[in-house]
Design a protein around this ligand. Sequence first.
Ligand code: NAP
Ligand code: MG
Length: 404
Amino acid sequence: MMAKIQMKTPLVEMDGDEMTRIIWKMIKDILLLPYVDLKTEYYDLGLEHREATKDQVTFDSAEATKKYGVAVKCATITPNADRVKEYNLTEMWKSPNGTIRAILDGTVFRTPILVKGITPFIPSWKKPITIARHAYGDVYKNTEMVVPADSKAELVVTDKNGVETRSLIHEFTTPGIIQGLHNIDKSIASFARACFNYALDQKKDIWFATKDTISKKYDHRFKDIFNEIFESEYKERFDAAGITYFYTLIDDAVARVIRSEGGYIWACKNYDGDVMSDMVATAFGSLAMMTSVLVSPDGVYEYEAAHGTVQRHYYKHLKGEKTSTNSMATLFAWTGALKKRGELDGLDELIDFADKLEKSSIQTIEDGVMTGDLAALSALENKTTVDTETFLREIAKRLDTMMK
Ligand code: NAP
Ligand code: MG
């Protein structure tokens, strides 16, 4: 019997809902606890406990993440009208991810897990592309109006002394529409720092693109803020790490992304990130293979899977039926968090364990043992579809060999 790997600082553990909650416990029991003397500060973000604490637990878990620096989160239900009935809620509690992101002021980075046998739709893509999406403002906080014929639309800004600055949008002779957008320098700066920090952390190049040739004030401001922060705070560290910051126009970026072999971080404005993250995720193959990490501008990390609670599979599970739910993204949330904790605390053994756990899970799929969602995509000749728990036990077999 090998001695268990010791930890110094606890991870903030945020438990969640439905099928991913079942997987959460299985990952811990089958793959983590046999090897690691797991130290966590546990927060139950399952909907029942959010209701019982009036959502205080979500706020507490975010504050704990600020304190300790690294969290791992299970997928959680964002309540809608159906869920209010199903769980007998006293309120339609807000999305935990939204609450946590607001407290940490973070940016979300999404990266696909690549395995042999599942080929991206873009044949040149050999390495993952990480998408970072700015999570504030633009069209997501807009004001819109329908404008009748024979109207004049203007932008008006009133300063604290009541002085107005006006700018004509359009003289409407026929009916039309207008839209007012905004963003805030501080939010753009946080986004820039989160992106540059993560690029250094991952030792990957970072790309950023806007339409500054057309939007000479709005988009140009994004370009300028990124550039100023890069030159004054990051350039030397990027040079030392051998990575680059690359700025271009959004249409040029899209063309280059398609022709590239991947391996970089692509920072996107809010709308571009919304559209491009679904494009990139789909082109890489599967939502169940997409990892996600929230990085705050002061370097706090929260790891999770990009998918939801896989509700349909959970109802099957409740009926006693076997499910074949893919646990890769949730497992990589754990390995990401353990590696980061290991890095911060100087625990090489913990980093090595997390690496081996990732390798053994990829090995399992490349050996042809996988869940149904991947079996449907995989080009491997000999493949076996296994249920949720068997997949984890197959990983455990390979991990056990690697750990000896
Ligand atoms: P979902 O849980 O991501 O699942 C959508 C479908 O994608 C599933 O029904 C399944 O397809 C497939 N899928 C997703 N993950 C899978 C996995 N690991 N293995 C195998 N198949 C997988 O999205 P949803 O059903 O729209 O949302 C369910 C709940 O999750 C909602 O209450 C929502 O609020 C919440 N949610 C939470 C987060 C988060 O916490 N970060 C993110 C998104 C959604 P098949 O059914 O065809 O097998
Ligand atoms: Mg979207």
